[in-house]
Design a binder for this molecule. Structure first.
Ligand SMILES: [Zn+2]
Length: 461
């Protein structure tokens, strides 16, 4: 007897990312409510399910939504303002005025821009490290678009910038706890609060340890930056009495499956071994480094991490560090820059990069039982690409096509939690053009208040 479904997607090149990594050349997915009820060959799914709506993918690729494990929504309204000359004192000269002048309305506009960009690029789940304002307001903006994700309110209790951070250990912890109560993580939550900090030597040991306890108690992720540049690594070594960052974290007892360390470019072999043994997650943000010449391809040990079983996910980071929120482009970089720098193939393969972009991101956020692959029982977070674009053809190796050729420009329809939020290239819940008008007006106003000119080597009329 036929079973019912709300939606059936038929005739797809279906990349499931399930435990066997099955790929169907004429595949289908059926969805009931927020969950996937069937994955398989089109003929079999069509014969078994009667769906209220059917989408014919016409040979387009269908994949689980990407997971972007590191973004800063609040910085998105200022992307592109820092020149390529990238002065040494950049944070004081450029970013501090940005932060000090940023209003909550500006930050919310940055959040909206980030969400629109992520959906258009096939991302369905994000992890935002947090900004100056309350996460609840940010969650309301995300809800207008319909994405899934972890929100936090970044904090640090060591200088610099006490005007932006909270500045006191107890106040940091109180702030984090309040948000986790306001946005609890549960099976039905599309948006939940995690525990995010600045890291990179700006957090006391007490804040790290108490933050980990809070994350353990609530079953959420502890998330912070680490080992981005040689300077922060050297400074942190002084703070830890000569220990590497990961040795120090091992001594503090904060390594583990719910810790997510972002960047981890300047690492040692002994640290990679500790990360693997403790099953600590790493977020590779290749574009954040290549944009500012931080050294990710020269010194990054990401191929070693992947080979040794460290769960490595991907992140887009922020305006002025990558300037785009596109996990597929991060996957392209992750799979190519290390082989280029080392002169070896594959370093990280296209298939491994796609795992980083989907399953590994889900695992890093403690969500692999719900998202990260297209499997019966999982949440229906699904991306449909249009097959009517040149980059998909001839399409003889669909994973190579996705990572090397198509990336995400062909995203046509995006579903989160069984709800279509982008249909045929149009946002369902909002008027995209009207949002861009608001975003641009607010950004121009903010830039005027900041009071510095964006240098251009070419004449601007
Ligand atoms: Zn960051």
């Amino acid at each position: 007897m036929s079973q019912t479904a709300d939606l059936a997607i038929l005739h797809a090149k279906l990349i499931t990312m399930d435990d066997q990594r099955r790929i169907f050349s004429d595949g289908a997915v059926a969805v009931r409510g927020s969950r996937i009820v069937a994955v398989g060959r089109s003929a079999e799914v069509a014969a078994t399910f009667t769906a209220k709506e059917t989408i014919d993918a016409k040979g387009g690729v269908v994949q689980p939504g990407f997971v972007d494990c590191h973004v800063h929504f609040s910085q998105h309204l200022g992307r592109g303002i820092i020149p390529d000359a990238w002065p040494e004192e950049r944070e004081h000269a450029h970013w501090l005025p940005y932060w000090l002048n940023l209003s909550e309305e500006d930050a919310n506009a940055g959040t909206m821009l980030a969400c629109l960009e992520m959906v258009r690029n096939g991302t369905t789940t994000f992890c935002d490290n947090g900004g100056k304002f309350r996460g609840d307001a940010k969650a309301a903006v995300v809800n207008r678009v319909g994405l899934r994700g972890m929100i936090s309110e970044v904090c640090w209790d060591l200088p610099p910038y006490p005007s932006v951070s909270v500045g006191d250990t107890d106040a940091c912890l109180k702030r984090l706890e309040r948000l986790t109560q306001a946005l609890p993580k549960n099976a039905d939550a599309r948006i939940w609060a995690g525990v995010s900090m600045a890291g990179m030597g700006r957090c006391t040991d007490r804040l790290l340890v108490e933050g980990k306890r809070l994350a353990d108690r609530l079953g959420v992720t502890l998330d912070f930056h680490q080992s981005f540049g040689p300077g922060d690594v050297a400074n942190y070594r002084k703070q830890t009495g000569g220990k590497t960052a990961i040795e120090h974290f091992a001594n503090l007892g904060i390594l583990g499956t719910n810790l997510q360390l972002v960047h981890m470019i300047y690492t040692e072999d002994s640290e990679v071994a500790l990360l693997a043994a403790s099953r600590t997650n790493v977020v590779h943000c290749p574009a954040a480094s290549t944009r500012v010449g931080m050294g990710v391809s020269k010194v990054g040990r990401f191929p070693e991490m992947v080979a040794q079983g460290v769960n490595v996910a991907l992140g887009s980071d922020s305006g002025n560090y990558s300037d785009f929120f596109d996990v597929a482009r991060q996957a392209y970089l992750a799979s190519t820059i290390h082989r280029e720098a080392r002169g070896v193939m594959p370093a990280i393969s296209a298939h491994q990069a796609l795992e980083m972009a989907t399953r590994n991101g889900a695992r890093s956020l403690g969500m692999l039982d719900a998202i990260g692959s297209l499997e019966v029982g999982k949440k229906a977070d699904i991306v449909i690409h249009s097959g009517c674009r040149p980059e998909w053809h001839p399409g003889l190796n669909v994973v190579n096509s996705l990572v090397y050729s198509a990336q995400s420009a062909s995203v046509d329809t995006v579903m989160v939690d069984g709800e279509i939020i982008l249909r045929g290239g149009r946002f369902v819940r909002l008027d995209e053009e009207a949002e861009y008008r608001k975003i641009d007006a607010l950004a121009q106003n903010l830039h005027r208040r900041m009071g510095f000119a964006i240098p251009s080597p070419w004449p601007l009329d």
